[in-house]
Design a protein around this ligand. Structure first.
Ligand SMILES: O=C(O)CCC(=O)C(=O)O
Length: 267
């Protein structure tokens, strides 16, 4: 693997994001792509205001080594219970519609244009069930998200879901509120492989840090308004948050082939 492991930052106001950046994420030569000013400031601030009344509806999942607080579902958490997942996806969509929160759609539309995608919508099963379009993640003071990776091709293998047929998975995150200290995304230049399962934390979340010993890493501290992309099949953690909550909206996206043109999203 290329030993270069750098992030790329661009200002949407003055530079056009090219498909080469998506390819660099897929290939594991770029750690994070940050696109500043992807969304008009007014759209972003309106959405930030709209989502705050829903914070009290956030649900916390407890693991032995961490907690995960979200508004909206996570497919990987529900992979054996798809009826529950699609139900939660519908409920989350209704809830966010009550406050006109449309940050996911606006972000998708902007990314579709920035990367010349031919389509970019939430994935849909042949029976019409629609995957959740985003979730909002709240990381409070003292919370560290352990080292992990997200790989739907692995997690949904053999389940007959459309997303298990994807070839590539990427992740999009929008920073709604930054924390005072910490909260960096720490991205490692190592993709998950099956031999790593011996490092999996039993009854907890993620993997032992030994799996990334001596691997190049990149820290990125998101700031309000940043839209950033990463390859979540590579190991990453979110360092301990200090002070105000770190709040993001995110979704995964993927491609069924190497063209990186027709994308689907889910979370
Ligand atoms: O919030 C972040 O910086 C990363 C979130 C994450 O774990 C992911 O997108 O896979």
């Amino acid at each position: 693997m290329n030993t270069e492991w750098k992030m790329a930052a661009l200002d949407h106001g003055t530079e056009k994001a090219g498909k080469d950046l998506l390819r660099a994420l897929v290939d594991g030569t770029c750690s994070v792509v940050v696109i500043r000013h992807l969304l008009p400031e007014a759209d972003f601030s309106a959405n930030r205001r709209r989502i705050s009344p829903l914070f009290e509806r956030a649900v916390t999942t407890h693991y032995a080594n961490s907690t995960l607080t979200t508004i909206g579902p996570y497919l990987a958490k529900n992979i054996g219970r798809m009826d529950d997942y699609f139900h939660e996806a519908r409920e989350a969509e209704k809830l966010t519609a009550t406050v006109s929160f449309d940050l996911a759609r606006r972000t998708r539309d902007a990314l579709r244009e920035a990367f010349d995608l031919t389509s970019f919508e939430p994935a849909v099963e042949p029976d019409g069930q629609r995957y959740a379009e985003s979730n909002v993640r709240i990381y409070s003071h003292g919370i560290r998200t352990p080292l992990h990776n997200d790989n739907i091709m692995r997690d949904a293998a053999g389940k007959g879901l459309v997303v298990s047929r994807l070839r590539h998975q990427l992740s999009c995150v929008v920073c709604i509120q930054e924390c005072d200290e910490g909260g960096e995304l720490r991205a490692y230049q190592k993709a998950w492989e099956s031999a790593d399962e011996r490092y999996k934390i039993i009854d907890g979340f993620g993997y032992d840090e030994a799996v990334v010993a001596d691997v190049p890493r990149q820290d990125f501290k998101p700031q309000v308004g940043d839209v950033y992309l990463l390859n979540p099949t590579f190991y990453h953690s979110i360092e301990e948050v200090t002070g105000s909550d770190r709040v993001t909206m995110g979704f995964f996206f993927g491609f069924y082939d190497d063209e990186l043109s027709a994308g689907v999203t889910w979370v």
